[in-house]
Design a protein around this ligand. Structure first.
Ligand SMILES: C[S@@+](CC[C@H](N)C(=O)[O-])C[C@H]1O[C@@H](n2cnc3c(N)ncnc32)[C@H](O)[C@@H]1O
Length: 502
C-alpha cells in the first residue's frame, strides 16, 4: 500500500464537497424513510478516504457538538487538512493518517461507532483487498441505525470511460510525462474521430465512434483545465479504477452484513420506472426484486456512477427489502429549500419545469428563499404534499430535518456564523486552496477574492452599507451598493449568517 500512499502524497486529491453525501441529506433521507436515523446535533461522522477533509469540514463548522473524523492513507493530505481545521479553531474535527486495509481491533475500539459514514470516490479506486477493507470497516464502525454512503463507478455506462482510460494508460506507459502524453493522445484521438465520423460509410462503426466521441468530449472538457490534472492522474492513470455492476455491488455488501437502502438521488422512489409503459410493464413482469429493477434501469439508461446508501442488515428485521411507504407523516418531517427560477409565470428547478398546478406553493418557496419550508407552512396540505414531493424528487432541492433560516439583516446583530471568517480567510490567503469553499450542506459557494476580502469584515459593521468602505478603489467597482447587495445575498443563501441575540 506504500505505493498508493506515495502517489497521493505526491499528487494530492483536491478535496471537493459533495451535497449528495452531506450528513444533513443522509439524515433527512433516513427520516423520510422512517428509519429513525441518529440526530445530527451530536452525530458521529466518519469519512473514509477523506483526502484534505473538504467534504466534512463545513459540517464540523456548523455542528460543533458533533464529532467528525476522516481517515486517509496520505500524510500530506491528513496533516494539511488538520492544519486548516486547527487554524479555524475547530475542536470536533480530526483527520487520521491510516491505511483502511490495516485498521486494527484497537482502531475500531478506540474510535467507536459512527452514525454517518461517507466513502466518496474510494470504492472503485482501490485494490480488491482495500475494497474489502472499506466494507469491513463500514460494518464495524456503523452504529445500529447509522447510514453509510458509498459512491462507485458502474457498468454499463463506465465501459467507454474504461476504454479511454486504457487508451491513456497505453499511450503514457513508460513515459516520464505520462499525463502530458496521455492528454496529447486524447487530442489526437479526438481529431481523428472528427474526420472519421465524416468519412466513415459503415453506419455501425459510425455509431460506435459517436459514443466514443461523446465520452471523449466530456473528458476533454475536464482535461483542458490544468487544475483538473489531479483528477486525470488518479482516475485515468492510476493503477485502480474498477467499476462494477450494481447488482454485484449489492451482493458484495451483503457478505459484510450490509444492505442496500437506495441511491442518494432518491431515484429508486421517484423514478422507479423508465416512464414508458411497455418497457416498465416488461421489467415489472420479469424482474420482481427492487435490485433487479434498478439493475435493468442501469442497463437501459447506460448508467456510469452510483451513490448508494447502505445500512446494517439487521434494520431489515429479516425481510429482504425496505418497505417504502411515503405518507403525509413522512413528508411532514422534512424541511425543503429550493432556489427556483421564475420564467413566464412558471417555476424551474435546475432547468426542470415544475408542475404549474402547484404554482401557488412554489411561489411561497420562491418568495422566501433561502428559508426552508415544510408542510406546516401551507394551508392547502393536499396540494402542498404533491408540490413538496416534486421538489424532494429533484436532487437540487435541499432536504433537512432542521429548519434552514433565512437570516434578514438586523442592524448590529447580523454576524458571520462561528468559524466562517477564518474559513473565508483560508480561501482569501491561499493561492491554490486544497479544499472547495462550500456551505454546511456541502453546496459549492462561489465567492470572488474581492468578495471574500469584504466579507471577512462583516462582524465589524452595524449597517450593511458600511461594507462598502472595505471595497478597494483599484477593484474599480462601479456600483458599490450592488456589490454589497450581491455579497449579502450570497452569504444569506449559503447560510453563512446568524443573528446574535444580545
Ligand atoms: C480518488 S481520492 C477521493 C478523495 C475524496 N473522497 C473525493 O472524492 O474527492 C481517494 C482517496 O482515498 C485515499 N486512499 C486510497 N487508498 C487508501 C487506503 N488504503 N486507506 C486510506 N485511504 C486511502 C487516497 O489517499 C485519496 O485521498
Amino acid at each position: 500500500m506504500q505505493e498508493v500512499k506515495d502517489y497521493y502524497d505526491k499528487m494530492p486529491y483536491f478535496s471537493a464537497a459533495f451535497a449528495d453525501s452531506s450528513p444533513v441529506r443522509l439524515n433527512a433521507i433516513g427520516e423520510f424513510l422512517n428509519l429513525n436515523p441518529p440526530p445530527l446535533k451530536t452525530a458521529r461522522i466518519l469519512e473514509l478516504g477523506s483526502s484534505f477533509g473538504g467534504n466534512i469540514l463545513p459540517f464540523a463548522m456548523e455542528y460543533q457538538d458533533a464529532r467528525v473524523v476522516g481517515i486517509d492513507i496520505s500524510l500530506t493530505q491528513t496533516s494539511l487538512g488538520n492544519k486548516i481545521a486547527n487554524d479555524l479553531g475547530l475542536k470536533n474535527f480530526t483527520l487520521l493518517q491510516k491505511d483502511i486495509f490495516k485498521l486494527t481491533d484497537a482502531d475500531f475500539k478506540g474510535l467507536g461507532e459512527f452514525d454517518y459514514i461517507i466513502a466518496h470516490g474510494l470504492y472503485s479506486w482501490v485494490s480488491d483487498e482495500v475494497r474489502a477493507g472499506v466494507l469491513a470497516a463500514i460494518r464495524r464502525f456503523l452504529s445500529p441505525n447509522g447510514i453509510a454512503y458509498i459512491s462507485y463507478n458502474v457498468y454499463p455506462g463506465y465501459s467507454t470511460f474504461s476504454i479511454l482510460r486504457e487508451f491513456m494508460l497505453f499511450a503514457g506507459q513508460g513515459k516520464d510525462d505520462r499525463l502530458g502524453v496521455a492528454k496529447g493522445e486524447l487530442k489526437f484521438l479526438s481529431d481523428y474521430l472528427k474526420i472519421a465520423l465524416q468519412a466513415q460509410q459503415d453506419a455501425t462503426l459510425k455509431d460506435t465512434l459517436k459514443l466514443m466521441q461523446t465520452q471523449l468530449n466530456f473528458l476533454q472538457n475536464i482535461t483542458k483545465d490544468p487544475k483538473n490534472d489531479y483528477y486525470i492522474l488518479h482516475d485515468f492513470l492510476e493503477n485502480f479504477n474498477k467499476p462494477t455492476y450494481f447488482y454485484k455491488f449489492v451482493d458484495e455488501i451483503g457478505k459484510y452484513g450490509l444492505c442496500y437502502l437506495l441511491d442518494s438521488d432518491l431515484g429508486d422512489i421517484f423514478s422507479s420506472g423508465l416512464g414508458l409503459f411497455r418497457f416498465d410493464a416488461h421489467i415489472e413482469k420479469y424482474y420482481q426484486k427492487r435490485v433487479q429493477k434498478e439493475q435493468m434501469k442501469d442497463f437501459l439508461l447506460n448508467r456510469s456512477f452510483r451513490k448508494s446508501l447502505v445500512m446494517k442488515k439487521e434494520v431489515l428485521n429479516g425481510s429482504d427489502d425496505f418497505e417504502v411507504n411515503i405518507t403525509p407523516s413522512e413528508i411532514s418531517r422534512l424541511y425543503v429549500s429550493a432556489c427556483l427560477e421564475k420564467k413566464d409565470e412558471n417555476f424551474y428547478l435546475n432547468n426542470t419545469l415544475l408542475n404549474p398546478e402547484f404554482n401557488e406553493i412554489f411561489t411561497k418557496f420562491y418568495d422566501n428563499y433561502p428559508q426552508s419550508l415544510s408542510l406546516e407552512n401551507f394551508n392547502d396540505k393536499q396540494t402542498a404534499i404533491y408540490a413538496l414531493l416534486e421538489l424532494i424528487s429533484n436532487q437540487n432541492a435541499v432536504i433537512s430535518t432542521k429548519e434552514l433560516k433565512k437570516v434578514e439583516f438586523i442592524s448590529g446583530k447580523t454576524r458571520l456564523k462561528p468559524h466562517v471568517k477564518a474559513y473565508f480567510e483560508y480561501f482569501l490567503n491561499t493561492q491554490n486552496p486544497v479544499i472547495l469553499l462550500a456551505n454546511h450542506l456541502n453546496k459549492k459557494a462561489d465567492f470572488s477574492k474581492n468578495e471574500l476580502e469584504v466579507a471577512i469584515n462583516f462582524d465589524k459593521i452595524n449597517e450593511l452599507n458600511e461594507l462598502e468602505n472595505f471595497i478597494k478603489d483599484e477593484w474599480q467597482i462601479k456600483d458599490r451598493r450592488e456589490f454589497v447587495k450581491t455579497l449579502f445575498n450570497k452569504l444569506q443563501s449559503g447560510y453563512f449568517l446568524t443573528n446574535v441575540s444580545c
